[in-house]
Ligand binder design. Sequence first.
Ligand SMILES: [Zn+2]
Length: 263
Amino acid sequence: MIGWLAAAAALAGLGLSARYHWWRPRQPGIPVLMYHQITAELAGTPLPKLRVTPARFAAQLDALARRGYRTLTLSQAAAAIAAGHDHPTVVLTFDDGFLDFYTQAWPLLRARGMTATVFLVTGLIGQENRWDLDKGLPREPLMDAAQIRELAAAGVEFGGHTHSHADLTRLDDAALAAELTQCQATLADLLGAPSPSFSYPFGLHDHRVARAAAAAGFSLACTTRPGLLAPQTDPLAIPRIMIKRSDDPLDFALKLTRARSRW
Ligand SMILES: [Zn+2]
C-alpha cells in the first residue's frame, strides 16, 4: 500500500514538473511582461491567449505587490539597470494601445500605485486595430489622443509600435524609415517630446530594422523573445515575457524568475 502511494506521489511529481518548470534555474534581471488586451470578452477572437481577464490581471498585480516588486516604465528600468539597481522590479508593457488599457487595466494599476508602458500604433490613434482584421480578429477600439495624454500625465510611458503595425522586416529602406519617423514624430507631437521606447510589431526585427529604429530616436526596443532585461541585454532587442490568458498563479510566478513556466 505504502509502495503504491509513493509511486503515485512520484508520478504526480513528475507530471507537475513536466507542466511547471520550477526546476529551471532562476535568471537575474528585470522581467518585462507583455500584455495586449485586458478583457473578459472572448467573442469572435481566434487568439484568446492575448486577452487576460481583469480579475486575473488584478491577481497578478497583487502577487507582484506581495513579492515586493516595484513597477517601472521601460525607460526607468533601463536607467535602473545602468545604475546597478538592487530592488525587485518588473516592467508591464502593453502592445497596440487598445482602449481596454484605459478602461480596464489602468484603474487596477492606479489603485495599486503601479505604472506601465504602452506601445501605440500612431497612425491609428482613436481608431481600430485595422492590421488585425485581415487575420480574422474582431474589431477593437484603440485609445484616443485625449486618453493617452491623460495617462501620460499620470505617469504611464507611451512608446512606438510603428505607424501602421507593419512587419518592418518586409519593408524597403525608405518605407522602413517612414514607418519609424512618422511614428516618432506623432509621439513627439502627442506627448511633447520624443519617446525612447518601441516594440517591434509581431516581434519581428533584424539588424537593419534595429538600426532604423535607433535612427528614428528609439533607444529601447522590445521583442517577443523570452528572457529578462539584464546589464548585458542589447537595448534594441529587449526580451519580453508573454503573459497569456491561461497562465495560472504558478505560471506567473515562474515567468517572473525564469522567463517561462514551461518549454
Ligand atoms: Zn502589435
